[in-house]
Design a protein around this ligand. Structure first.
Ligand code: COA
Length: 174
């Protein structure tokens, strides 16, 4: 299949990490606040992350994709109404039909010129056909040391969760 972005038949040999990289930004508006009205509603941030990760999966797979699992959502530093938030999503690991996407979220206090890493999480998407049945995705082409480092960590997460019943239970796969 011809890749509309590069014009190459990239599906056979795979697609690079940079091919599917997504960056999404938005200002957190008052209607996106949690019940207290000061901090961002966590669900709104998660929605943005899911959308960015889904776009990455779509660009890589060139088919319908669904969210299967999310790992490591920990809101360690707060995001407030008025902060300028950026989600950077990159493909880290590709298996048969599943894809792991790292989503890093940074927040900026524009007035004070201060930026911080708010959270990083891993989204696992599965490529599916029109009936919702899982289907194979192209391999991931690793070009940089960072690609290879993240890929190895993703492979470890993927394989560790499938070692035995205890590991499956820890990863809440059952
Ligand atoms: C994702 C889905 C298609 C997988 O269906 P399935 O019949 O289990 O498909 P398969 O057995 O072929 O598995 C597909 C992949 O999912 C992985 N998988 C399946 N069940 C899993 C589980 N409980 N935990 C982790 N991975 C799982 C498989 O290991 C495989 O990944 P691989 O490519 O790394 O080998 C199905 O679970 C589904 O439709 N879920 C709902 C998705 C959705 O609607 N998301 C939006 C939520 S609002």
């Amino acid at each position: 299949m011809v890749d509309p972005k590069s014009g190459n038949d990239a599906a056979g040999e795979g697609r690079t990490v940079s091919h599917s990289l997504v960056r999404m930004s938005q200002v957190i508006m008052p209607q996106q606040a949690g019940p207290g009205g000061v901090f961002a509603h966590g669900g709104d941030i998660m929605k943005m992350m899911d959308t960015a990760a889904g776009l990455v999966a779509l660009r890589h797979a060139h088919s319908q994709v669904v969210t299967l699992r999310v790992e490591g959502i920990n809101f360690l530093l707060p995001i407030r109404v008025g902060n300028y938030v950026t989600a950077t999503a990159r493909m880290t690991y590709v298996s048969q039909s599943s894809m792991e996407i790292q989503v890093r979220v940074t927040a900026e206090d524009v007035l004070r010129e201060r930026e911080w890493e708010a959270l990083t999480a891993y989204f696992i998407f599965v490529a599916v056909d029109k009936e919702g049945k899982s289907q194979k995705v192209p391999p991931l082409i690793l070009k940089t040391d960072e690609d290879r480092r993240l890929n190895e960590a993703g492979r470890l997460r993927h394989d560790t969760c499938r070692i035995d019943d205890e590991a499956k239970a820890l990863c809440a796969l059952d």
